[in-house]
Design a protein around this ligand. Structure first.
Ligand code: UGA
Length: 430
């Protein structure tokens, strides 16, 4: 089939590559010429394991091309995936302007029936506005549909090729049949329904996962208070098959471009309908407070933070990505900075993005982990990069002023570190 993917960010680029790999002919459309120039040369603008290899492979076999031209891509397309961003607004809602303008351009260039799939995360209320834009700009027949995306940054390629489920929401049987065909080579359960329900599935998934994280972080604080060990607790209650152990990693809380934005959007969407989703508000509040809890832990070990040297290992919002959006490191650094600490920071891939965001602060951007640890009173683990586990902690200890580690992801080998003479603190970890 002929496919267009509008927007070549995380979701769009992975979708484009996936569709090409499944055997479809794919046009990736974006308004950012710099990004397009990179993509045409087979270079991925984002750090995502495995993505560049598939990009090059499908460019070479002419299944994939990139352009800023809707005129070129849309007329021959059977399916159009809209994957543009929906940035958050200050009031917690989201900004649909990119979805609206992409849809207008799609509609103006339709020459034959196509299924227009909204992959951008938008609240269900948006449906009538989308239809209005389409109807105003085209007389060609079309169907709107929603196929929400569940891939995670850092494992986006693996997630895209091995989905647990594919949710298809559309108003017509014709569109549902076409979308089933498009995805037929992929594994996973098929859940077919209406567009409203499909859109709500996406919010439900992210809100529920965020809930698990705030739950485990609350429980970890309780574990700290009584001297229990959260890892053992998770093993114990997570072994119940009705509960499961995944997404119960206590730490600094959730960040990234999705959970904070989507929980806020669902809260504000519910408010707009006159429903106070107080449960989710609490999930969000707990997440906000988790950084303060971490700072208190550091203070308990160091006393005043004024002029204390703090090494921050990991800046990206999670491992295997260079994405700094809503990274917990930013909030933490802001708080520690305000308290007068001297900060040395390091991340294996997100340094450039971090520098751009944190440039107003006088931070030392370290060359590597050991340089980061130099003369530090405490070392804080903020992002769980696998390479941090393999560090020569003897060398780290020699570099530090005091052998103190506060682990914001419960990630480092605590027993080994304790044996080596480090004072080690995790979150709810004994
Ligand atoms: C999330 C969802 O997991 C995807 O299914 C969804 O498609 C995506 O949002 C999206 O809406 O586009 P992502 O933001 O890439 O994916 O990252 P996650 O792996 O879900 O992690 C989100 C945050 O939660 C990170 O800050 C991570 O450190 C934190 N987290 C995750 C925890 O604190 N504990 C956990 O147990 C798991």
């Amino acid at each position: 089939m002929q496919i267009s993917v509008i927007g070549t960010g995380y979701v769009g680029l992975v979708t484009a590559v996936l569709m090409a790999e499944l055997g479809h002919r794919v046009y990736g459309v974006d308004i950012d010429e710099k990004k397009l120039a990179k993509l045409k040369k087979g270079r991925s603008p984002i750090y995502e394991p495995g993505l560049e290899k598939l990009l090059v492979k499908n460019l070479d076999r002419n299944r994939l091309s990139f352009s800023s031209s809707y005129e070129k891509a849309i007329p021959s397309s059977d399916v159009i995936f809209v994957c543009v961003g929906t940035p958050p607004l200050p009031d917690g809602s989201y900004d649909p302007k990119f979805v609206f303008s992409a849809l207008e351009s799609v509609a103006k260039n339709l020459k034959k029936y196509a299924v227009v799939v909204i992959k951008s995360t938008v609240p269900p209320s948006i449906g009538p506005s989308l239809k209005k834009i389409m109807d105003k700009n085209t007389s060609v027949s079309y169907d709107l549909a929603s196929v929400p995306e569940f891939l995670r940054e850092g494992s986006a390629v693996r997630d895209a090729f091995h989905p647990d489920r594919i949710v298809i929401g559309a108003s017509s049987d014709k569109a549902k049949t076409i979308l089933l065909k498009v995805h037929e080579k992929l594994p996973g359960e098929r859940i077919i329904g209406d567009m409203l329900s499909a859109q709500l599935v996406k919010y439900a998934a992210n809100a529920f996962l965020a809930t698990k994280i705030s739950f485990i972080n609350s429980l970890a604080i309780l574990a700290d208070k009584i001297g229990a060990d959260i890892d053992t607790v998770v093993d114990g209650f997570g072994s119940d098959h009705r509960i499961g152990k995944s997404f119960l990693q206590a730490g600094l809380g959730y960040g990234g471009s999705c959970f904070p934005k989507d929980t806020h959007a669902l809260i504000s969407y519910s408010d707009s309908l006159g429903y106070d989703f107080s449960f989710l508000k609490q999930v969000d509040r707990i997440n906000d407070k988790q950084i303060d809890y971490f700072v208190v832990k550091i203070k308990n070990m160091l006393g005043s933070l004024k002029n204390k040297t703090i090494a921050i290992l990991g800046l990206a919002f999670k491992a295997e990505t260079d994405d700094m959006r809503e990274a917990r490191s930013i909030l933490l650094i802001n708080k520690l900075y305000k308290l007068g600490a001297k900060l040395r920071v390091f991340d294996p891939v997100a340094m450039a993005n971090a520098k751009a965001i944190l440039k107003s602060k006088q931070l030392y951007f370290a060359k590597n982990e050991y340089d980061c640890a130099k003369q530090a009173d405490v070392l804080c683990l903020v992002t769980e990069w696998p390479q941090f586990k393999k560090l020569d902690f003897g060398k780290i200890k020699k570099h530090m002023k005091k052998a103190i580690i506060v682990d914001g992801r419960n990630f480092l080998p605590k027993e080994k570190l304790k044996k080596m003479g480090f004072s080690y603190e995790g979150i709810g970890r004994r």
